[in-house]
Design a protein around this ligand. Structure first.
Ligand code: NAD
Ligand code: WQD
Length: 339
């Protein structure tokens, strides 16, 4: 199957391209490189041994997306392309609604015209907000989003559900990611944060390598094992493999179909546990201090991943230790490349 990967030069998209190739799919990338770099394509080539067809294009552009789909006889789409900076979305909501909602609607319209049936959409555990019970299942009620970014994911899921309810002959899966971390074990691809990272792991690795002075732990007075927040950290390669499982499920579906899956490890780890494990597996000391809470942070969340295990026939294979080792190896590689 030829698969269009929007945002395929990004963090999760690039790792998914590798797993698609490993599984015998033929990916084609559209990315406007807004939050990624052409160097990712070299990394991909070093892993898979050939150039993946790549278009530097905006997936809000109807004609361009349509032409690529027709040219490459695309049968499935994985739609990663979106803006993802939670803080920026509060400052610039229109930018986020335009790109995240606009691009999804454009992709759906092109699918209608070109009769592409299969779509996998990148959603997020952010749709659960602070749940009343953990672990969260797919039936856990969604809560009002804490940010315009989070709201784009909630709205996108509603749009997809409505499209299938209308009888549109498409098969669609939304994947709710928890906290993807790590990098490809080859260190050819990984996360490339733009400016000062807001996510924990890039901040940890950049502090360890000396790009940042110290890590501030946002709060130690939460009702958790050690007072710091708890999250479900999943290795990006495990996450990438779930997209292959999702496409395989969609291939077998004949009629209008919509479903949603949690993608996490099923286990929660606190921020302080992450720091300790990072120090242990990489044999180093991290400069960190406890600071005040960050506004909008959820106290604790992790996913129940039974549904993905049963229906997608997928489960995580990599440990937290591997994730944190791979994240560090990637940071060292960036240093060697003067990034
Ligand atoms: P990323 O920023 O690394 O990748 C997104 C890619 O999309 C980038 O390469 C960017 O250049 C591209 N892009 C953005 N808008 C585009 C457009 N209009 N046209 C073409 N390309 C465009 O982000 P990521 O971490 O790989 O996230 C991928 C998806 O997963 C996003 O939808 C994100 O919201 C979602 N998600 C991410 C996380 C996370 O923690 N990383 C968690 C849950 C969900
Ligand atoms: C993890 C933990 C911080 C930085 C975000 C998005 C969410 C989803 C995943 C896309 C938190 C703590 C962090 C630091 C810290 N993305 N932290 N010091 O908040 O779980 O979720 O990414 O959909 O929508 O909101 O991830 O990596 O920002 O933070 O103590 O310098 O690390 O407080 O507890 P988060 P994160």
């Amino acid at each position: 199957m030829n698969v269009l990967v929007t945002g395929g030069a990004g963090f999760i998209g690039s790792h998914t391209v590798v797993e698609l190739v490993n599984a015998g799919f033929s990916p084609v990338i559209i990315d406007n490189l807004n939050n990624s770099s052409e160097s990712v394509l070299t990394g991909l080539k070093n892993i898979i041994g050939f150039d993946v067809p790549f278009y530097k294009a905006d997936c809000n552009d109807f004609e361009v997306v349509k032409d690529i789909i027709v040219k490459h006889k695309i049968e499935g789409i994985i739609h990663f392309a979106a803006y993802k900076a939670v803080g920026e979305s509060v400052e610039k909501p229109i930018k986020y609604y335009k790109n995240n909602i606009g691009s999804l609607v454009n992709i759906l319209e092109v699918m209608q015209v070109t009769k592409v049936k299969n779509l996998v959409f990148s959603s997020s555990c952010t749709v659960y907000g602070q749940p009343d019970h953990i672990p969260v299942t797919e039936d856990t009620p969604k809560k009002k989003a804490e940010s315009p970014y989070g709201n784009t994911k909630a709205i996108a899921e509603d749009i997809l559900e409505d499209v299938i309810k209308s009888g549109e002959q498409m098969s669609i899966i939304s994947l709710r990611y928890f906290n993807p971390i790590g990098a490809h074990p080859s260190a050819e691809i990984g996360e490339l944060p733009n400016g000062v990272p807001s996510n924990l792991i890039p901040f940890v690795t950049q502090t360890a390598i000396g790009k940042r002075n110290k890590l501030v732990v946002f709060g130690s007075d939460y009702n958790t094992v050690d007072g710091s927040n708890v999250r479900d950290f999943i290795h990006v390669v495990d996450l990438a493999k779930a997209h292959v499982s999702a496409l395989n499920l969609l291939k077998g579906k004949e009629t209008a179909f919509y479903d949603v899956f949690n993608l996490g490890t099923g286990t929660g780890n606190s921020v302080l546990e992450i720091i300790k494990t990072f120090e242990e597996v990489n044999n180093l000391k991290l400069n960190y201090e406890i600071g005040p809470r960050r506004s909008g942070d959820v106290e604790k969340i992790y996913g129940d991943v039974e549904k993905a295990s049963k229906i997608l026939n997928w489960k995580t294979e990599k440990s937290l230790e591997e994730s944190l080792k791979d994240a560090w190896t990637w940071e060292l590689k960036l240093k060697n490349n003067n990034n």
